[in-house]
Design a protein around this ligand. Structure first.
Ligand code: HEM
Length: 410
């Protein structure tokens, strides 16, 4: 009898395999079967799949983890040195006390009261996008609906010209790829470096223009800071970039993979059509089930024990948020999509000091996008074969979502 070859230890590097790329939960379950905290020998990082352990890491571990210019050089990607400079100024990669200074300056525009004032504008944009749809023929719900809405809203909130939303979306996708993937080729490094250079120059011009004239949105608010330690231009540019990245791709993915999930669960779709009050639970369940931000990195602040493992100070740790959102110790029947799930305290927006301050905006935008879509489309059918997922491993989303819809009676 021949023995089976030993199965390779599960690793984040395997997410590039087509089967795991199509359904990363196949890999996350293999990881969890080995323990809620395991060592990834290929990527040299601890992998956290348990919910309780994820909360501990989000709450207590360090966020300053970006590669330095020298590290990029050693990786054979010296062209990404300017990206290191941008990242170390971004709140997402900062720890106290630096973190709160930047976060407080940027987050004020995104509180729930301010966000509620945008409802009319969101409905207007959705309605305009739906007006252009040729019902009965195939159209791409990802490119023609899920991308423009958040890109237009975030462009406006940032204080940038609405006409530039498509370009901003392309630059943001590139920056998200830069921070979301584990390795880049030299040619991809060149492309991403050029993209960041163009985006940085564009925001610098917008700052100069608003400084000389009238301030608008986030940029205007940051230029008007009158505290003792206002953000300088390099900090404003870096944090407008991370806010754009936060507000663009993630909500797009929530809307398009959410629509795909709802069409695969017609009873859920039917329920939100019948009962608008069910929408809130549906958005939360999509966030849990198809977690747009799949994982987040951290650094151990001290020697600690977590999930039965000894983690040394300075070790890299990757929280697999999407896996924690299906932890059977916290969620009953976690593989089931259930829009009435209560409680549903998923970690899609993380936890603790870096909890996403765009959460209220994201929840409202997704809810309105689904409402307006269902109001205008009596039926939604996916066409065009199996779903195709983007290469960005950290921000999970579709490349396209071809659908045929039928027009609802007015
Ligand atoms: C479905 C939509 C969204 C998801 C799933 C999401 C997810 C997340 C997650 C998981 C984090 C924490 C990352 C970490 O700690 O490593 C985060 C932070 C952040 N998000 Fe979001 N986000 C979304 C929408 C938005 C929006 C609409 C904005 C702003 C317009 C935004 C801006 C940010 C910023 C600036 C941070 C960094 C906060 C900090 O470091 O203190 N996000 N987001």
């Amino acid at each position: 009898m021949t023995s089976q070859p030993a199965e390779r230890a599960p690793s984040l590097a395997q997410l590039l395999r087509p089967d795991y790329h199509a359904d990363p939960h196949l890999l996350y379950r293999r990881m969890r079967d080995r323990g809620t905290v395991i060592w990834d020998p290929y990527v040299h990082t601890w992998i956290v799949t348990g919910y309780a352990e994820a909360v501990t890491v989000f709450q207590d571990f360090l966020s300053a983890r970006t590669p330095s210019a020298e590290t990029f050089g050693r990786m054979g990607l010296p062209m990404l040195a300017p990206a290191a400079d941008v990242m170390r100024r971004q709140m997402m990669f900062m720890d106290p006390p630096r973190h709160m200074r930047v976060r407080a300056a940027c987050s004020a525009l995104f509180n729930p009261v301010r966000v509620r004032r945008l409802e009319h504008r969101m409905r207007e944009i959705c309605s305009g996008l739906m007006d252009r749809i040729d019902h009965g023929a195939a159209w791409d719900l990802h490119a023609d609906y899920a991308e423009p809405l958040p890109a237009m809203i975030t462009t406006e909130i940032s204080g940038l010209p609405l006409a530039d939303w498509r370009q901003l979306q392309i630059w943001s996708d590139d920056f998200a790829a830069l921070i979301g993937n584990f390795h880049q080729s030299r040619s991809e490094g060149d492309r991403l470096a050029a993209s960041l250079d163009a985006m940085t120059a564009y925001i610098a011009d917008a700052i100069a223009e608003q400084r000389a004239g009238e301030g608008r949105g986030l940029i205007g608010a940051l230029l008007a800071q009158d505290g003792a330690d206002p953000l300088d231009d390099a900090e404003i540019i870096a944090n407008v970039i991370i806010t754009l990245v936060g507000g663009l791709g993630t909500i797009t993915n929530l809307i398009s993979s959410g629509t795909a999930t709802l069409t695969a669960h017609p009873e859920a779709m039917e329920r939100i059509r019948r009962d608008p009050a069910a929408m809130r639970g549906a958005v939360e369940e999509i966030l849990r089930y198809e977690t747009p931000s799949q994982f987040s990195g951290r650094i151990a602040p001290a020697d600690v024990e977590l999930g039965g493992q000894r983690i040394a100070r300075g070790d890299a740790v990757m929280v697999m948020t999407a896996a924690a959102n299906r932890d059977p110790l916290v969620f009953d029947d976690p593989e089931r999509f259930d829009i009435a799930r209560t409680p549903n305290r998923h970690l899609a927006f993380a936890w603790g000091p870096h909890f996403c301050f765009g959460a209220a905006l994201a929840r409202m935008q997704a809810g309105i996008a689904f409402e307006e879509l269902l109001r205008r489309a009596a039926t939604i059918e996916l066409v065009g074969g199996p779903l195709e997922w983007r290469e960005n491993l950290g921000l999970r989303g579709l490349t396209t979502l071809p659908v045929v819809t039928t027009l609802a009676a007015a």
